[in-house]
Design a protein around this ligand. Structure first.
Ligand code: KG4
Ligand code: ZN
Length: 335
């Protein structure tokens, strides 16, 4: 008999739901909250309120899209953390209440592990062990993946995440939030002719605060000379910034490959949608004989399909949680 799992993701500003039938995603939907664009970042209170009004429509949508009835569900999965507390509470409470009413089990999923698990949605799937560079708005990590949902963090950011570096630099330039995709678009027509520093951070850890400061002073100094500097050089500034972020990320991946001897490399998280990162990873893979895994765009940024696939492998191990499980904004890696 087939397993049907409804998955809910509400850790930040997008309300997402998906249905998986065994290991195949049969419905996937996301309600994107546009309201934050006006504020230069996610406003937690607005995010929670919007999740509250979006969650039932998005769940109705995926259940219809899947062509099933709610009573066909075998389990309900939800993102337990990390994320914004108010946002998580909406998804977790919804999932627990629906599961209670249907008398079916619940599965808690770690948001960052789910980003990695997105690689098991489509073929070709990675082989264990593999390395995953997970780059999102809140995290920048190099992860060694040894089995489904079994992962070890080899490197972490010491300050800002890669997505934050894009978003904060974009804000300094006057771009709307999230600036990552806008910088990506502008960079396509620019030349990376401006130089920014590469931090000297030990081991496999990252830091982006020095780059952010250097970027701020670079713009300030040039705008002092020519007030239209940003407007005139927008594409080149974006191309230069993006090239430097990508270089910082991939130099660490290269180091991780050398240290572990693992030559199978994946990328995950919102920043893995970046075309500069995707292209450069393929170039490095060709040069160094790595096998690379690049997710489809819809599985890069926050989505519930990744929660569903992570939950499927937990379901197979009877890895359920109980109704006492609550959201955890700072959920530990091995909780
Ligand atoms: O994984 P995600 O959707 O949410 C979190 O878990 O944080 O990642 C969101 C981040 C934002 O910082 C956004 O600017 C960045 O991913 N992002 C991009 C691109 N698309 C999304 N950054 C660079 N280039 C992109 N194409
Ligand atoms: Zn995410």
């Amino acid at each position: 008999m087939s397993i049907y799992i409804l998955a809910i993701e509400s850790s930040c500003d997008d309300t997402a739901a998906a249905v998986i039938k065994d290991d195949k995603i049969i419905a996937n939907g996301v309600s994107i909250q546009k309201i934050h664009e006006n504020f230069g970042g996610v406003v937690p209170e607005w995010a929670s309120r919007k999740h509250q009004s979006n969650i039932i429509p998005i769940v109705d949508y995926v259940i219809k899209q899947a062509g099933i009835e709610i009573k066909d569900l075998s389990a309900i999965a939800f993102t337990r953390g990390p994320g914004l507390m108010g946002s998580l509470i909406v998804g977790v409470s919804f999932a627990k209440a629906l599961a209670l009413s249907l008398d079916i089990p619940i599965i808690e999923v770690h948001h960052m592990k789910a980003h990695v698990m997105a690689h098991f949605i489509d073929e070709p799937k990675p082989n264990f062990p593999f390395l995953c560079l997970t780059v999102s708005g809140g995290h920048t990590q190099i992860i060694k993946v040894t089995d489904y949902n079994e992962m070890e963090v080899l490197g972490n950011t010491l300050d800002d995440a890669a997505g934050e570096a894009f978003d904060k630099a974009g804000k300094i330039m006057g771009l709307t939030y999230p600036a990552g995709p806008i910088i990506d678009q502008l960079a396509k027509t620019g030349i990376p002719k401006f130089q920014f520093p590469e931090p000297n951070i030990p081991e496999l850890n990252f830091s982006f605060s020095g780059l952010k400061t250097a970027f701020r002073y670079f713009l300030r100094d040039n705008v002092n000379v020519d007030p239209d500097f940003i407007q005139k050089n927008k594409a080149d500034i974006c191309a230069s910034l993006q090239a430097q972020i990508v270089k910082i990320l991939l130099n660490k991946v290269q180091k991780a490959v050398e240290l572990t001897g693992i030559k199978e490399v994946a990328i995950a998280g919102g920043v893995s949608a970046n075309s500069g990162l995707r292209n450069e990873l393929i170039l490095r893979a060709n040069l160094n004989s790595w096998v690379v895994h690049i997710p489809k765009f819809e599985y890069c940024t926050d989505n519930a399909a990744m929660i569903a696939i992570a939950a499927y492998y937990k379901y197979k191990k009877d890895d359920f949680c109980d109704q006492g499980t609550g959201p955890d904004a700072r959920l530990e890696w091995n909780a």
